[in-house]
Design a protein around this ligand. Sequence first.
Ligand code: NAP
Length: 316
Amino acid sequence: MYKSVIIGTGPAGLTAAIYLARANLNPLVIEGPEPGGQLTTTTEVENFPGFPEGIMGPELMANMRKQAERFGAQFRSGWINSVDLSKRPFTLSLEGGETLQAETLIISTGASAKYLGIPGEKDNVGRGVSTCATCDGFFFRGKKIIVVGGGDSAMEEANFLTRFASELTLVHRRDELRASKIMQDRARENPKISWSLNRTPLEVLSGENGVTGLKVRNNETGEEEIIEAQGVFVAIGHTPNTKFLGGQVETDEHGYIITKPGSSETNVPGVFACGDVQDNKYRQAITAAGSGCMAALDCEKFLEGAVTQDWSVSLG
Ligand code: NAP
């Protein structure tokens, strides 16, 4: 039986672990299939405060983990199949049949960027393929960039990336965009963006120095085309990792956990959420870390019995 179990080891989960461990609450941190979260798939992180020269994503995460361990947080790897949140202590069922009991739960399982699933894509993550314009755009100053996707994220990333790109091509698999009108208009008014609509991405092409282009099928003619670029930004959405909750924690229509505004409380007393699993908007390491701190403080207060979570009633 644990006072607190934290699920997920991105910046949110590890920050929560540092705070809870430092408050002598001996949290157990469960590390899933992507230890360290999305930052371990990027190279240099230049916008995390405190590192004027930047820091490599994996190193930043390793440091946060060490810091949590230093104060006594315990770590274990595991995949949680399901949870029972109907009564406290909560029960977590791990793959392999083991169960754990926890007084409180902090969910920091993040959101996984969707990939196209085409050849050359995963091999070139960090070598020209990215799913985060804010993180990696800077590295493509003066380079040709492709953004794939037709939703608001693709429009936003494309507009942002024109600050760096010498040329930017937006590739979308249909003729029609899914993005809201205002985001489409903004992108269409941007003279640096050219449009390759009705093109299905087939393969990310690369050489010794990284990405060289994207092979696409022109869906009108059926012909294959190659669009040259050094950067391919995949912006086809994210999936919040909330399936294992089996609908017991309130989420929005996209599966993101709903937290009480200005706090990390969910609709289930004793269950807190932080990081990208509850943030479809900012999605930054620093905002995730900040929300992890909030979750630890909320959790600590809850364990002290100082908080009654009756706000869910007002959610309707
Ligand atoms: P989204 O709206 O689901 O759009 C995903 C896009 O990727 C769609 O155009 C889709 O094509 C395409 N796509 C999906 N799978 C693909 C595949 N395998 N191959 C090629 N293309 C693929 O996702 P999103 O743009 O990330 O937005 C998610 C939510 O966040 C939305 O509600 C959005 O409004 C919101 N958001 C808002 C803002 C803002 O207002 N500032 C910014 C970002 C996101 P199809 O259209 O053909 O399905």
